[in-house]
Design a protein around this ligand. Sequence first.
Ligand code: GDD
Ligand code: MN
Length: 381
Amino acid sequence: MSAVLEERRVAAPPAVSVIIPAYREAENLPVIIPRLSEALGEAHLAAEIIVVDDYSGDGTREICGDLSQQYPLRLETRESERGLSSAVLHGLRRARGDVLIVMDADLSHPPEKVPELVEALDEADVDFVIGSRYVHGGGTDEDWGLLRWLNSKVATLMARPFTKAADPMAGFFALRRTSFRHADETAELNPIGYKIGLELMVKCNCRRVREVPIQFSNRLHGKSKLSLREQLNYVRHLGRLAEYKLRHLPKLLKFAVVGASGSVVDLLAFAASLALLPVPVARALAIWVAMTWNFYWNRRWTFFESREHGILWQYAMFCGACLIGAVVSWGVSVGLWHLIPFFNEYPIVAAIIGIIAGTLFNFVASSRLVFRKSSSEAAGR
Ligand code: GDD
Ligand code: MN
């Protein structure tokens, strides 16, 4: 069996990469690697296994050297960094498979379940799979004390605003490499927490989560590295995820302030030009002046950091977006007024909803297109 895998490893890039963060797991690796390879082989999955070790100094390096003779294993040793999440990111960035799996080294996660995770991810409407303790058929080994159980439940509840998954804390999960790559390029992946799965689910924007039940076993050898400090880090991590989720809010508020000031400019310009021009021309002039005013301040203030396009191109796109935004605003208010009797009586409410819809449209178009950040800026590089 191992010879077959060896052959596949040389022949083509693997379909599946299994990333195993391992710190002082020298005793567990000789157990998990053969079991995992066998499970992958039986499912006919061409795979690579990447062990990410943080210079454990417990013989991990020698053991992986031996194992790699027989199994499709690669060892990544980080010399100066430590930490579970950053180790996982390190492995994910070096993986070549289309499907990425992350699991612990201590046999808490049954390697035999890996093909099921891969299969679940095969479905088009799934973009993240969790090896889950908390769905029907899953569970944990008996001697989890009340305290650890309670701890896990509270931590799970705290993740609720970010995901509906029953076991978002899990360290056993699968996602497509394309999802990971996209998040790695556009969002800042933050390795402070222990909960790299949750981080990825949120930042890869993986909403279609499937949970495969697993039995979470007690670790085979050695001690857990999850410390109280990591639990505090988890709370900090949730804070950062909340900031991430609300990251557009300050910009939206600035955009709204500019828009409101633009309405005042519009009225002033209209009043001033009426003395010289006929109404239709004065109206058009005032709208154009206000649009230019909005462009200037949005470019200078709201989206000051984006310089992907030249100013003339930005201006043309901004005016285009505003015109379409006006159509959206008109369409929504007239549509509501036409379809719902309530708005017949209160057309002003329909107009307000239309204005909100038009502004949101303008905002999305402005941030995604007109004032888009280049991908290197977005990644903070
Ligand atoms: N490279 C590296 N560096 N690996 C690490 C480090 C580190 O600093 N810290 C931990 N690991 C590895 C361990 O060797 C193990 O393979 C895996 O990460 C999980 O670490 P454990 O210390 O066994 O954690 P746990 O069993 O308490 O927590 C597990 O279950 C939790 C759910 O109860 C993990 O899977 C968590 O992610 C999960 O939330
Ligand atoms: Mn463990």
